[in-house]
Design a protein around this ligand. Structure first.
Ligand code: GUN
Ligand code: FE
Length: 453
């Protein structure tokens, strides 16, 4: 049976272009795929509205409410949720060794995993995140539990069992038992999640997940590349995040860059998403573009740990797919809205520079800023493109992932004083001021998964 939604909507079908459709009528098929989006001036509009009114499956918005596409978070460390906001004054290596690894080791306990993962998925859905690309932990069982919890909550989860097999690089209390075991567990995980996926129309996907090059042996990296190819699976890792990682990889591989190493192990491709990527140069950008690899841009996390700002504008101009990630908990916020705002802020800081003791012409990297509309694209359709999935805009053929944003909700009424009320201004106000209170309902693949009372 066709399902219908009617209301004012905002989305960005093209990078940099905001599309506002007043009183759009969205028709959705029984697989949760958008069949058609009718505009008021469409000759078929009146007939489609009539059919919607006769349907029992019809959602109609009130004044001050808007449909936005669901958000796509390209980088979440699910087991780090209890660490959100903790120890961000430390450098990455201290943060990882003293907080993160002891925490992630706890996910040998399935009950602990279940409690954290159930809460995290609800927190993300409540903030409009309908698709998540997750690092779980190094444990097979609790990684599978995360995939199951996403699927059951109705979120579209892409989940990886983390591989960190090198005994030289990882603590004894938290790593794969051996390279062979890491590869066996990854293959079992892929098969089990593929099987699980049959029961969930929004999809749940296994992801080949070397933590990052420094934590894996060459044998593991090669084996994971082979598994990605054998199963045509998604791949994720961290790439050229900070100065230390970037330099470490070049030294280990005798001058080869992180991008080249990942490519040569078979880990780059249209279904690969690499987090951070701050240190990519022109050649690296070309490799990303040619292989179809996407970038998970994590602006908060980069400000804390990466000694860098991702040059989004340069890489987009090279034709690289880019989406946004919270990087829970390298970034403290589970909200992709907050990361949209920070993506804009970081790009301005990159462009203008910050050291007032340096002359204004030498202070920044000119032509680096991105607009709010561009940052919103990263959080929606840019995420879909990076994952090679039809997500992130409200167009025929896309998954019906929607959020209902209410600008009149009592706890957070957005300013409405009869000024700055053209559609673009309303959109800007929503993206900058929205809180979880405003997100009243969320649908994934046509199914209602959040309804706030
Ligand atoms: N590099 C390797 N592991 C991690 C992690 O958990 N977080 C971040 N930000 N960088 C990493
Ligand atoms: Fe990360």
């Amino acid at each position: 049976m066709t399902q219908y939604f009617q209301g004012d909507l905002f989305h960005t079908p093209v990078y940099g272009q905001l599309d506002y459709i007043p009183q759009a009528l969205i028709a959705v098929d029984d697989q949760g795929k958008i069949e058609q989006v009718y505009r008021q001036d469409d000759p078929a509009y009146a007939e489609a509205v009539k059919q919607a009114q006769e349907s029992t499956d019809f959602v109609r918005l009130e004044a001050g409410q808007y449909f936005l596409p669901g958000l796509v978070d390209l980088h979440i460390h699910a087991p780090q949720w209890p660490q959100a906001g903790i120890a961000l004054d430390e450098p990455l290596n201290v943060w990882l060794d003293e907080c993160t690894f002891p925490l992630e080791a706890k996910y040998a306990d399935l009950d602990f995993a279940r409690a954290v993962y159930t809460d995290l998925i609800q927190q993300l859905l409540a903030r409009g995140t309908t698709t998540g690309l997750y690092f779980a932990s190094a444990h097979l069982e609790s990684s599978y539990e995360l995939a199951k919890i996403c699927a059951q909550a109705g979120q579209r989860g892409l989940v990886g069992k983390v591989v960190m097999d090198d005994p030289e690089a990882n603590p004894d209390f938290y790593r794969d038992a051996s390279t062979d075991q890491a590869l066996k567990d990854t293959e079992t995980f892929i098969q089990k999640v593929r099987d699980l996926s049959k029961d969930y129309k929004q999809g749940v996907y296994p992801v080949v997940t070397p933590r990052f090059v420094p934590s894996c042996t060459d044998e593991a990296l090669a084996g994971l590349g082979a598994l990605a190819k054998k199963y045509n699976a998604h791949v994720q890792s961290h790439c050229s995040e900070g100065q230390w990682e970037h330099d470490f990889v070049m030294e280990r591989f005798h001058g080869k860059r992180d991008t080249e190493v990942l490519r040569d192990f078979g880990l780059l491709g249209p279904k690969s998403v690499m987090a951070h990527c701050n240190f990519l140069n022109e050649t690296d950008g070309k490799i990303f573009q040619e292989t179809g690899t996407g970038i998970g841009h994590c602006p908060y996390s980069n400000a804390y740990f990466a000694n860098a700002v991702l040059p989004v504008k340069r890489l987009k101009a090279q034709g690289v797919n880019i989406g946004l990630g919270t990087d829970i908990s390298g970034g403290f916020s589970p909200s992709l809205y907050e990361n949209i705002r920070q993506a804009v802020v970081s790009s301005r800081i990159l462009e203008d520079g910050v050291d007032t003791q340096v002359g204004p012409e030498d202070r920044g990297v000119s032509d680096s800023r991105i607009s709010l509309v561009e940052a919103f694209y990263l959080a929606t359709k840019g995420g879909g493109e990076s994952l090679d999935l039809p997500l992130g805009s409200i167009e025929s053929g896309q998954a019906c992932d929607l959020q209902l944003v209410d600008t009149k909700v009592t706890n957070n009424i957005l300013p409405d004083f009869g000024v700055f009320n053209d559609p673009r201004e309303i959109f800007e106000r929503i993206i900058y001021l929205v809180t979880p209170e405003n997100i009243r309902k969320v649908w994934v693949q046509g199914d209602l998964v959040v309804e706030k009372g």
